[in-house]
Design a protein around this ligand. Structure first.
Ligand SMILES: C[S@@+](CC[C@H](N)C(=O)[O-])C[C@H]1O[C@@H](n2cnc3c(N)ncnc32)[C@H](O)[C@@H]1O
Length: 231
C-alpha cells in the first residue's frame, strides 16, 4: 500500500510514460496529473465517493494525481491494452480504491494483434466519471463511434466523460497522421488521428451523448477537450 503523499509513492519510469516529452520530467508528470484531477472535480463532479474509469490509463498517470489530491476515491479503475504498463501500475499503484485491468483489444498502434471485440471493462451505468486523455487521438474511425457508444452505456445517469482528441474545422472527416499538422512529425500507425469537428460530434450524437463543454486546442500537442454527458 502506498502512502497518501506522492513523494512516498512510486512514479512510472520514463520509458512507461505515454504522451511524449510532456510527461517525462517527474514534476511535470505529477503536475499534469493533479491538474487533470482538479479539472475532473470542477467539470465532472469527481469526489471521494466517485467511481472513475481511466480508459487508456497507460502506467497510471491519473492515479498518481488522484492519490496526490484525494488520497483515494471510491473506485479508481485504470484500463489499458499494454500489459507491461498495466503490470507496472498493478505492482506500484494498486491498493484500496485503486485497480487496473489489461484488456487485449485491438488498437493498430498499441496492440495490433488484439481481439476486435471491444470492451471498456465496465458494467453498464457503473461509471460516474470517465477519463480518456490522448486516446481518441490514436483511434480509427470505426473504433471511435463504437467506443463512444460503450461510454454512453457505461456512464451512470449523471455521469460525465472527459475526453481529448484532435478536432479542426474544414478538414476531412477523419485523417491519420495529417502532414504539416501540429508540433510533431507523425510516424507509424495512428500516431495522430484528427477529426473534423462536425464528424466527431456526429459520433457523439449517434452514441446518445451531448457536449457539456468544449475547449479548443489547449491540450497535449493541440488536442481539444470535450466533456460529454448522457442525453
Ligand atoms: C497517448 S497514451 C495516453 C496515456 C494516458 N491516458 C495519459 O494521458 O497519460 C494512449 C493510451 O491509450 C491506450 N489505448 C489505446 N487504445 C485502447 C483501447 N482500445 N482500450 C484501452 N486502452 C487503449 C494505449 O495503450 C496508451 O496507453
Amino acid at each position: 500500500m502506498f502512502s497518501k503523499k506522492t513523494q512516498d509513492g512510486a512514479l512510472p519510469p520514463s520509458k512507461y510514460r505515454m504522451g511524449g516529452k510532456h510527461f517525462k520530467n517527474d514534476a511535470a508528470f505529477v503536475k499534469t496529473a493533479v491538474r487533470d484531477v482538479k479539472r475532473l472535480e470542477r467539470y465532472c463532479a469527481l469526489g471521494t465517493d466517485s467511481r472513475l474509469l481511466d480508459w487508456g490509463c497507460g502506467a497510471g498517470r491519473l492515479a498518481v494525481g488522484v492519490r496526490e489530491h484525494f488520497g483515494r476515491i471510491a473506485d479508481y479503475h485504470g484500463v489499458d491494452v499494454q500489459p507491461e504498463l498495466v503490470e507496472w501500475a498493478e505492482e506500484n499503484l494498486a491498493g484500496p480504491g485503486f485497480r487496473f485491468t489489461c484488456v487485449d483489444v485491438s488498437n493498430e498502434r498499441y496492440n495490433p494483434d488484439g481481439t476486435p471485440e471491444r470492451t471498456l471493462s465496465a458494467e453498464p451505468g457503473s461509471v460516474d466519471v470517465f477519463y480518456a486523455y490522448s486516446v481518441f487521438s490514436h483511434m480509427n474511425d470505426e473504433d471511435t463511434p463504437a467506443y463512444l457508444q460503450l461510454i454512453g452505456e457505461a456512464l451512470a445517469p449523471e455521469g460525465r466523460a472527459f475526453v481529448t482528441c484532435f478536432v479542426e474545422e474544414d478538414v476531412p472527416g477523419w485523417e491519420e497522421n495529417p502532414e504539416g499538422y501540429g508540433p510533431l512529425e507523425w510516424k507509424g500507425r495512428l500516431h495522430c488521428t484528427r477529426f473534423a469537428r462536425w464528424h466527431f460530434e456526429d459520433h457523439v450524437n449517434a452514441a446518445r451523448l451531448a457536449v457539456d463543454r468544449f475547449e479548443y486546442g489547449r491540450e497535449t500537442d493541440g488536442q481539444s477537450l470535450y466533456v460529454l454527458r448522457k442525453r
